[in-house]
Design a protein around this ligand. Structure first.
Ligand code: 4AZ
Length: 245
């Protein structure tokens, strides 16, 4: 009996996730932003190809990251499991991908961002984009990660942006601020809101140029993918926001 109990306990321990918290800072390149301090956004990651930053990504568990499908689509990723749903290469609809790492990240090197737990009221919200992308439209990639606070547009405003209604699907959101935007190399990286724990509401996806008036950055609307993420992250130990005092 004791032996049976021990086996049961060991099996339970192997499958259980240790409780963990998300969205807490410990202490991206972007146009019109400021340098991040070390540990400020410990969920921000870069995707490298031949030692060059090609995209951003967000840690959501010790061995899982979210990025944009177009960052990893048709790229050979040895020892990475890459999932992508109905990505449409012509309009970047469903531009979301899960990366599963072969080895978990060391605990001291990251903290995950929180995922939204429900449809989020996003219109008009302040959000922060971060990454190693260009700091001007034709400029080089940044050597250090940058962050910028921007505002999320309403769906009506987004449909009325320079792109035209047909380009923006219900799985996308628009965000920018005067002189501030995501840019080349920021794709796949996080757009978070502080509520007060940092929650991933968007993934940098596309846009015309950078910080152009009337052409906001377009982001994957993460809350539209919660049912998909439940399946795609089924092997992940995701974390919860710390309880409010
Ligand atoms: C890019 O190519 C890119 N201004 C990312 C964001 C925006 C434009 C381009 C939005 O990675």
């Amino acid at each position: 009996m004791l032996r049976a109990l021990c086996i049961f306990a060991a099996a339970a321990a192997a499958s259980a996730c240790k409780p963990c918290t998300c969205g807490a800072a410990r202490g991206a390149r972007v146009v019109g932003g400021d340098a991040l301090s070390p540990g400020e956004f410990p969920w921000l990651a870069a995707l490298l190809r031949d030692d060059k930053v090609i995209c951003g990504a967000t840690v959501v568990a010790k061995d899982h990251l979210l990025t944009a499908t177009h960052c990893v689509h048709e790229i050979e990723v040895s020892r990475l499991t890459v999932l992508h749903p109905d990505f449409k290469r012509y309009n970047y609809d469903n531009d979301i991908a899960v990366l599963r790492l072969a080895e978990p990240l060391p605990d001291n090197l990251f903290r995950p961002a929180c995922l939204p737990d429900d449809e989020y009221r996003l219109s008009g919200a302040n959000a922060i984009v971060s990454g190693w992308g260009s700091t001007s439209e034709k400029g080089p990639a940044s050597h250090i990660p940058i962050k910028a606070e921007i505002q999320i547009w309403s769906e009506e405003e987004c449909a009325g942006a320079g792109y035209g209604r047909a380009k923006v699907t219900p799985n996308m959101l628009c965000a920018n601020a005067p002189g501030r935007d995501s840019c080349t190399g920021d794709s796949g990286g996080p757009l978070v809101v502080a509520n007060p724990y940092f929650t991933l509401v968007g993934i940098v996806s596309w846009g015309r140029g950078c910080a152009r008036q009337g052409y906001p950055g377009v982001y994957v609307r993460v809350d539209r993918f919660l049912p998909w993420l439940k399946v795609a992250l089924r092997h992940a130990c995701t974390c919860s926001p710390p309880l409010f005092p």
